[in-house]
Design a protein around this ligand. Structure first.
Ligand code: GAR
Length: 188
């Protein structure tokens, strides 16, 4: 049976699209059963529509607490029988509510070689620091920001000072590495 994925995103959704396309092409024996987005109007919402993938788009301000909207997400994921939760530019820390329900089955992609440059401006900070080797990390999600056990990393060299260029190079690697890593995890 193809693995059932939920992909969480807050913005552009290029990683979401890479995963959805790999499923559509048969390169990944899986289906994206749900896209979850905390930013109504984000570009990822239109991408999900183009793929015909059901989405849950919400505004956190409409809920009394993070636990409340996470319980709603869990209800929807349980109903679909989700195997693996892939955070792909989901710019929120997940709480114990989600971790208790799906802990060990939630992974995240981050645009640095962790544990260097955690947080939401990793590429800019790495360029500012002047590093020469950049990279991408996929890791399990626990209660610590960008902190869980590392599953995969891929490095690349760059000797310049343009964060946009690093983003461009890094995103190509992200798209390939995320698909490969999901495939390996679903086979386990
Ligand atoms: C990705 O580059 C991902 O590594 C980053 O957000 C971007 C989302 O791009 N995530 C983080 O910085 C997490 N701390 P996308 O919306 O085009 O997939």
């Amino acid at each position: 049976m193809p693995g059932k994925l939920a992909v969480f995103a807050s913005g552009s959704g290029t990683n979401f699209e890479a995963i959805a396309q790999a499923c559509a092409d048969g390169r990944l024996d899986a289906e994206v059963s749900l896209m979850v987005c905390d930013k109504p109007g984000a570009a990822v919402v239109a991408r999900a529509e183009r793929f015909g993938i059901p989405s849950f788009v919400f505004n956190p301000k409409d809920y009394a607490s993070k636990g409340d909207y996470e319980r709603e997400i869990i209800r929807r994921m349980d109903a679909l029988g989700i195997d693996l939760v892939c955070l792909a530019g989901y710019m929120r820390i997940v709480s114990d509510v989600l971790l208790e329900a799906y802990g060990g089955r939630i992974i995240n992609i981050h645009p640095s070689l962790l544990p260097a440059f955690r947080g939401s401006h990793a590429v800019e900070q790495a360029v500012e620091y002047g590093v020469k080797v950049y990279g991408i990390t996929i890791h399990y999600v626990d209660g610590v920001l960008d902190g869980g056990r590392i599953i995969a990393q891929r490095a690349f060299e760059y000797d310049g000072n343009d964060p946009e260029e690093v983003h461009r190079i890094g995103q190509k690697i992200e798209h390939a590495l995320y698909v490969e890593t999901i495939a390996k995890l679903l086979k386990k």
